[in-house]
Design a protein around this ligand. Structure first.
Ligand code: PLP
Length: 358
């Protein structure tokens, strides 16, 4: 469904139409200038050869410091998608299953399927502010459950799990020999700054430079895991991507050096836009106010079908993603606030107008 939306947009663009793309999860803020400089400098220094599949030690040390662990626990990957894929591949056999809290980023399900593993979808409710209930988690687990995927703050709701529930989840997983894969892609964009997680035995952390630092096209992320799993992730890099180019790792290091500042500015921008959405969008559209990042996941009133709504909105030049791309959500849609305020205002007007016509 995510990819179908792109095809529809390309077809319209081929006809010369201009589309406001609020379907993409790509920050509109640029890569930090100092990171660009670092990459240039590194290329000029010919740091352009094969390198360690684990990642540069100096970068791993910086990441390790964030997560209160050793550099041996850190593996640099070609975007966090590769870290997530290789962690799932290492942890899930064909008879195993992973629990996915829904609504969810579709890649988790597609990865599990590609590995021949199963998934158990645990639906969360908008009325409960998309917050998980540990009791429901207990019911969903069976003897083949090896993994719980925790994406907090989440794509597409941008809601973060409460700290106490998260602790209960981690404790529950530990007691049942289940690993938690924490996909923290949006944690650096939290409105109330959240510290990076510390490593523990049954936890794997995946994170990316794509969102906070706007480095989507640079393809760099990482995993933090206990040493035996980290070794498997390194092996996976060795037989696939080998290493993230050194000049990109240099740029990532420079970005990390200013993480606090960059994160604060980007999060404030996101919060301002979320407030603008709240103020400008029709009150008929209910959404849980985000805790982080740039997505909202509003529910359409009167049982309006989100695919029909999204198609009609696209005719007006605004692209969003219909709810079924994130699970069983026929009446919700995901709207990305990763655009300038003037663009957002035009888009919100189109959203309200489309709603009025349905
Ligand atoms: N995790 C989530 C929840 C995402 O939404 C995305 C990208 O949209 C990623 C991971 C992947 O990020 P990367 O660019 O590092 O592969």
């Amino acid at each position: 469904m995510l990819y179908e939306t792109f095809e529809k947009i390309y077809a319209l663009e081929r006809q010369g139409r201009k589309i406001i793309k609020l379907n993409v999860g790509e920050p509109d803020w640029g890569v930090p200038e100092s990171s660009v400089e670092s990459a240039f400098c590194s290329i000029k220094n010919h740091e352009d050869k094969y390198a360690s599949a684990r990642g540069q030690l100096s970068l791993r040390e910086k990441v390790a410091k964030l997560h209160n662990c050793s550099s041996e626990n850190v593996v640099i990957s070609t975007g966090s998608k590769i870290a997530i894929f290789s962690a799932m591949k290492s942890l899930l056999g064909p008879k195993d299953n992973a629990i996915i809290l829904s609504p969810y980023w579709q890649a988790y399900e597609l990865i599990a399927r590609s590995l021949g593993a199963g998934t158990k979808i645990l639906p969360l409710k908008q009325e409960s502010k998309w917050k998980p209930n540990i009791g429901a988690l207990e019911d969903a687990v069976d003897k083949n459950t090896k993994l719980i995927i925790l994406n907090s703050p989440s794509n597409p709701t941008s809601v973060a799990i409460d700290h106490s529930e998260e602790n209960k989840m981690l404790k529950f997983a530990q007691e049942h020999g289940i690993t938690v894969l924490a996909d923290d892609a949006y944690r650096g964009l939290s409105f109330q700054a959240l510290p990076d997680r510390g490593l523990s035995d049954n936890l794997v952390i995946a994170n990316t430079f794509s969102k906070t630092f706007g480095m989507t096209g640079w393809r760099i992320g990482y995993a933090v895991a206990h040493e035996s799993l980290a070794k498997k992730l390194v092996e996976f890099n060795q037989i696939t991507t080998t290493n993230v180019p050194v000049f990109i790792q240099q740029a990532a290091q420079t970005a990390l050096e200013q993480k606090g500042k960059i994160s604060k500015i980007a999060s404030a921008k996101c919060e301002k836009r979320a407030n603008l959405a709240k103020k400008s969008l029709s009150k008929e559209l209910e959404f849980v106010f985000p805790d982080a990042g740039f997505y909202i996941f509003p529910k359409l009133p009167r049982g309006i079908d989100s695919v029909k709504f999204s198609d009609k909105l696209l005719e007006k030049g605004v692209a969003v993603v219909p709810g079924p791309a994130f699970g069983n959500y026929p009446n919700n849609f995901r709207l990305s606030l990763a655009a300038g305020e003037e663009t957002l205002k035009i888009a919100f007007e189109a959203v309200n107008k489309t709603l009025g016509e349905m």
